[in-house]
Design a protein around this ligand. Structure first.
Ligand SMILES: [Fe+2]
Length: 294
């Protein structure tokens, strides 16, 4: 039969070389396969899938991508030790309250609802005595705030830490003043043996969130309002209970239904009542807080 002629041997053609894959979403997901942390893998994988789907859905152009990069860069550059533009951006995009919804999905219905922490919380609030004031410069109408911290069975929680902060009567947080030298319109105290607390503040006013950064730029571009309904922020915590970050909103405020950060909830709306002749403050606000078990 003889030898097989050379021209009948198969020739390796260029298109038989291994091809570099171009399915970028699948490649990105495969690149994460060595991640040893299951939760990190879940989060980053979902982030990649949603980001890629977003780009394809809106057919994001290179110029628009660069605009987004610039926007996020400037958002970061706007942040410093007391200015948190990223939290503000998360707030106005409804992300913060969505995180809050997810985190509190399992909380018993009689526990106090949570609300936006917001970008103005600081950890340097001074300790005050029961009945002491958080409004050291006194700009606004004074209000006595009092109530109790309870568990879901109605039992008082002694020694709970109550932190509170608000704007002054002009609608500005202390951190928005360039000459801030010490905390003001913020304070922290512990509940007594009956679970009770009281402090003096100023009656909250509705205010505009800061509009001098990228978050404000986005609100203007999308023709959105920048106002928040009047509210007093509180964080309440005690060992063995789920920490609570919430706010008390003022009844009748015109911005309750168009809060720029979507934080207002019906169960958190309260009336301020006049304290009456001869009282030490103009107003009284009474409100209890119920913590869920940890
Ligand atoms: Fe606020």
């Amino acid at each position: 039969m003889g030898l097989r002629p050379a021209f009948l041997e198969p020739v390796l053609m260029p298109d038989a070389l291994p091809r570099i894959p171009t399915d970028v979403t699948a490649q990105t997901l495969r690149s994460l396969e060595q991640c040893g942390d299951p939760r990190l893998l879940e989060i980053v994988s979902a982030l990649v899938k949603h980001l890629h789907a977003f780009v394809r859905e809106v057919r994001l152009t290179p110029d628009e991508w660069m605009t987004g990069i610039d926007f996020l860069t400037r958002t970061g550059q706007k942040c410093d030790a007391i200015r948190q533009e990223f939290i503000l951006l998360s707030d106005v995009l409804g992300v913060s309250m969505t995180v809050d919804d997810v985190a509190h999905a399992e909380v018993p219905p009689n526990a106090t609802e949570s609300s936006a922490l917001g970008p103005f919380y600081t950890d340097d609030a001074p300790e005050i005595e029961q009945g002491g004031t958080i409004a050291r410069s006194g700009k606004g109408e004074s209000v006595l705030v009092r109530g109790r911290v309870l568990d879901v069975r109605g039992e008082p929680i002694a020694g709970a830490l109550v932190e509170t902060w608000e704007t002054d009567g002009e609608g500005l947080y202390d951190t928005q003043y360039a000459n801030r030298v010490e905390p003001d319109y913020r304070g922290q105290l512990r509940t007594n043996a009956e679970g009770a607390f009281s402090f003096v503040a100023v009656k909250p006013v509705s205010y505009s969130i800061p509009t001098d950064g990228p978050a404000g730029e986005m609100l203007r571009a999308t023709r959105r309002g920048t106002m928040r309904p009047a509210h007093l922020h509180l964080k309440v915590g005690a060992a063995g209970y789920r920490p609570l970050a919430t706010s008390i909103y003022s009844a009748g405020d015109p911005f309750l239904f168009r809060d720029a950060v979507f934080g207002a909830k019906s169960s958190l709306v309260e009336e301020y009542r006049p304290a009456g002749e001869g009282a030490a403050t103009h107003w009284i606000l009474e409100r209890d807080f119920v913590l869920a078990d940890a």
